[in-house]
Design a protein around this ligand. Structure first.
Ligand SMILES: [Zn+2]
Length: 299
């Protein structure tokens, strides 16, 4: 297994195999990539572009994909997947960022959710395609990933939302279509608590079974502006990591706003001596050995 940080600033915390920097998160702000951290780019979830071009927002019978639309689990504004100017601009942007970093980890590569997008352009493209609605969406998503693959000469990792069953109907995502273009997949499993690891372990097993490329999962430690009382307990993350690790996944990333919060997390993990001892019978010594390497870092 490999272990990475997943951070909103271009700073590397010690004690990890690799680092992922949120160059362009879903809020849409952009920071310059750095040469020794992978670059994370959200493509269609993009609040800044949605604000500048409100007519580019994805449409549906249950309303547009503004983050205020409670019919969907949209945490940010999501653009129409076929908006040609945005697609072209993002291809150039991704190519440029790839040239200045070791590779690209993509988020938000698909349609907003079920029923999207019903704008006039999408309806016309769908009717012209001669395909069913679901198959047309699948083709749009796969074709755009193929175009991105042509622009990225180094590592390309495709981010997926944690729905192993309905990603085709909801997002137009077919896992087998995307596998040939991906060096790996990253399943974003963000939550403000992990009190019941059973569910996350099940999702890890499901994705490991379904995906034909290495599977990384990303866990939430401390997000921008978070109240320290409302983030996952370090003990939950320790147990979760071991239980995820034993499913055969290929790596884990830990998300924080700042690199210093990764250090806080490492300190807390090292301090959980009894818990780490207890987890020795859980069947994933590899994760426990990795946590033990932090003892030297936080001294
Ligand atoms: Zn559309």
């Amino acid at each position: 297994m490999k272990f990475g940080t997943y951070v909103f600033e271009p700073k590397k915390a010690e004690g990890f195999d690799f680092h992922l920097f949120r160059v362009k998160p879903e809020v849409g702000r952009r920071l310059p990539p750095v040469s020794d951290m992978y670059s994370n780019i959200a493509v269609f979830g993009d609040n800044v572009t949605a604000r500048n071009h409100p007519d580019w927002i994805s449409q549906s019978p249950l309303g547009p994909a503004w983050r205020t639309n409670d019919n969907f689990n949209v945490r940010w504004d999501i653009l129409c997947h076929t908006q040609p100017e945005h697609r072209a601009e993002q291809l150039d942007y991704i190519e440029d960022v790839a040239r200045h970093s070791p590779g690209i980890w993509l988020n938000s590569i698909h349609f907003a959710d079920h029923g999207h997008c019903t704008c006039a352009r999408c309806n016309e493209l769908w009717k012209k395609s001669g395909l069913s609605w679901f198959e047309w969406r699948r083709k749009e998503v796969t074709d755009y990933i193929a175009q991105i693959r042509e622009r990225v000469k180094n590592e390309l990792v495709i981010g997926l939302l944690p729905d192993p069953v309905n990603s085709y109907e909801r997002f137009g995502v077919n896992f087998d279509d995307l596998a040939p273009y991906a060096d790996a997949f990253n399943i974003v499993m963000f939550s403000k608590n992990y009190a019941t690891p059973w569910y996350w372990e099940m999702l890890c097993r499901a994705f490991k079974k379904l995906l034909k490329k290495p599977v990384y999962v990303s866990f939430y430690v401390f997000g921008p502006g978070d109240n320290p009382a409302e983030v996952p307990a370090p003990s939950e993350l320790v147990t979760l990591s071991v239980r995820a690790g034993r499913t055969g996944i290929d790596g884990i990333l830990y998300l924080t706003d700042k690199a210093s919060q990764i250090w806080d997390f490492q300190k807390a993990v090292v301090d959980r001596v009894e818990l780490r001892q207890k987890l020795k019978t859980y069947g994933c010594q590899e994760v426990l050995d990795f946590f033990a390497t932090w003892e030297k870092i936080v001294e």
